[in-house]
Design a protein around this ligand. Structure first.
Ligand code: PMM
Length: 273
C-alpha cells in the first residue's frame, strides 16, 4: 500500500495553508485528524519553501516544530520532519521523529549528511537546485528526466559512501522545485525511471501551482485537492512508495481505488463470481 504523508505546516506563510496550523494545539489537532482520516505518517514543517519565501532563524523553526513532534510521537504517530537544517533534524529525531524530509536532499546544510549517517533515521533525498529565491533561474534542463534522476543518484551515492544504508533512503523528484509545469508532467510521465532505481519514491504534488494551471477555477490552492488525489492514484499505480498531501480523505479514497484496481489486475481474467 502507498503511504500517505499528511502535511502539517506550522508556518504563517505556506502557499496553501499558511497560518492555519500555526498554533501548536491547532497543529496537533489537525495532525490527529489526518491520522484518523487515513494518514500513515505526519510530515511536520516549520519553514515555508514556497517560491520567494524568506528563510527563518533555526531557533524559530525549532520553536514551531519541536513541541508538535513531541506531542505526536507521544500519541504513537510516525513523524517525518520537513527541514533543511541539520540542527532541527537532530532535535526532531531526539524528540522521536523517524524520517528527515529535506527538500534540499542534504545540499542546504553541510552538517546534514553526517547527522543522517549517525542518526539511523530515514532520509528523503529530494531533487533541489537552490533556495526558493533562485529556483526559477535553475529550471533549465536539456533532458529533465535524466538530469533529475542523475542528480538524485549522485546525492544518494554520496550518502551511501558515507555510511547510510540504502534501505534508509527515499527519493523524490521535487515537483515544482526549479521545475516548470511541463518539467513536472514529464517527470510524472517517466516515474518508472525513478522506481527502477529500487529505492522508495515519494511524490509531493498536492495543491501545487502546476495543478492550478491545469484545472480551471482552482486559483485557490485548496481547490486543487481533487486533482491532487487523482494524481496520487496514478502515482500509486506507477508503484511509488508514498504521497505527501494536504487532503487525506480524498487521497485515501483515491489510493483505495488504485489498490482495488491493482488487485483486480492480479485476479485471473476468467474468474467467475
Ligand atoms: N514540497 C513542499 C514541501 N516539502 N517535501 C517533499 N519530500 N516533496 C515535496 O514535493 C515537497 C516537500 C512544498 O509544499 P507545501 O508548501 O505545501 O508544504
Amino acid at each position: 500500500m502507498t503511504e500517505i504523508l499528511g502535511i502539517v505546516n506550522v508556518t504563517p506563510d505556506s502557499f496553501s495553508d499558511g497560518g492555519l496550523w500555526f498554533d501548536r494545539d491547532a497543529a496537533v489537532r489537525h495532525a490527529v485528524g489526518l491520522v484518523a482520516r487515513g494518514a500513515d505518517i505526519i510530515d511536520v514543517g516549520g519553514e515555508s519553501t514556497r517560491p520567494g519565501a524568506t528563510r527563518i532563524a533555526i531557533s524559530e523553526e525549532q520553536r514551531r516544530v519541536l513541541p508538535v513532534v513531541r506531542e505526536l510521537v507521544a500519541r504513537g504517530i510516525t513523524v517525518s520532519i520537513d527541514t533543511m537544517n541539520a540542527a532541527t533534524a537532530d532535535a526532531a529525531i531526539a524528540a522521536g521523529a523517524s524520517i528527515v524530509n529535506d527538500v534540499s536532499g542534504g545540499l542546504a546544510d553541510p552538517e546534514m549528511d553526517d547527522l543522517i549517517v549517525a542518526s539511523g533515521a530515514r532520509f528523503v533525498v529530494m531533487h533541489w537546485r537552490g533556495q526558493s529565491d533562485t529556483m526559477a533561474l535553475n529550471a533549465r534542463y536539456r533532458d529533465v528526466v535524466s538530469e533529475v534522476l542523475g542528480e538524485i543518484e549522485y546525492r544518494a551515492a554520496q550518502l551511501i559512501i558515507k555510511g547510510v544504508d540504502p534501505s534508509r533512503l527515499i527519493i523524490d523528484p521535487g515537483l515544482g522545485f526549479a521545475k516548470h509545469a511541463a518539467h513536472n508532467w514529464t517527470l510524472l510521465g517517466h516515474l518508472d525511471r525513478f522506481t527502477a532505481l529500487g529505492l522508495p519514491v515519494l511524490i509531493g504534488a498536492s495543491r501545487k501551482r502546476f495543478l492550478g494551471e491545469l484545472v480551471p477555477g482552482s486559483a485557490h490552492a485548496s481547490e486543487r485537492d481533487l486533482a491532487s488525489a487523482v494524481l496520487a492514484a496514478l502515482a500509486a499505480r506507477e508503484g511509488v512508495w508514498g504521497v505527501r498531501v494536504h487532503d487525506v480523505t480524498m487521497t485515501r479514497a483515491a489510493l483505495d481505488v488504485a489498490a482495488a484496481w491493482t488487485a483486480g489486475a492480479e485476479e485471473p481474467a476468467g474468474e467467475r463470481m
